[in-house]
Design a protein around this ligand. Structure first.
Ligand code: VGL
Ligand code: ZN
Length: 189
């Protein structure tokens, strides 16, 4: 595991039941990253590195749902069990949670979309951001690329994320797009 330093922050993206096996929009093996991310969370707490968590938090009539012509089955509907964080995830009480996709008529894959996350990271003095969670080819990718765009040095925790689309080329394509945007892909066991 890489070392944290002052100015680092950890972002856990959408580690919710609906994105795990058995959920409405399951990422294959999605639950396997919980143990990995818990180790990073524990290390962050130990070193007083701030922890942020995003959640997909849709109204029941969200525009990204198939019945409104969107690409996805209903998922992460506010206040339903599917929208809860995976019960094994050990988020500390002081973790700052941001919710996205709240507007029925707008979607945001990025944890930065209308959440104030950029300001929260700025307030925390963030220079480097470590990112893991779900899904690698959607919300993790969009969040990592937005963070890089903000001038933050982004490190993707590669073993802490899986793509929803498991055609091999999709996960790899997402990794390549992130690399092209300046994201540092860390693969450390
Ligand atoms: C996500 C699809 C739809 C994600 C969210 O968190 O990656 N993917 N909504
Ligand atoms: Zn969504």
């Amino acid at each position: 595991m890489e070392r944290f330093e002052a100015g680092d922050a950890l972002l856990i993206v959408d580690m919710q039941n609906d994105f795990c096996p058995g959920g409405a929009l399951a990422v294959p093996r999605g639950d396997e990253v919980v143990a990995v991310l818990n180790r990073w969370i524990e290390k962050a707490r130990h070193e007083s590195i701030p922890v942020f968590a995003s959640r997909d938090w849709h109204p029941a009539n969200h525009v990204s749902f198939k019945d409104r012509g969107g690409p996805w089955p209903p998922h992460c509907v506010q206040h339903t069990p599917g929208a809860e964080f995976h019960s094994g995830l050990t988020l500390p009480g002081e973790a700052q949670v941001v919710s996205k996709g709240i507007d029925p008529d707008k979607d945001s894959y990025s944890a930065f979309g209308g959440t104030g996350l950029a300001e929260l990271l700025g307030d925390a003095g963030t220079r480097r951001l470590w990112i893991g969670g779900l899904a690698q080819d959607y919300c993790v990718k969009a969040s990592a690329m937005d963070a890089a765009q903000l001038g933050i040095e982004v490190h993707l925790i590669a073993e802490g994320t899986f793509p929803v689309n498991i055609r091999p080329e999709d996960g790899d394509k997402a990794l390549q797009e992130m690399r092209d945007a300046g994201v540092i892909v860390e693969r450390v066991a």
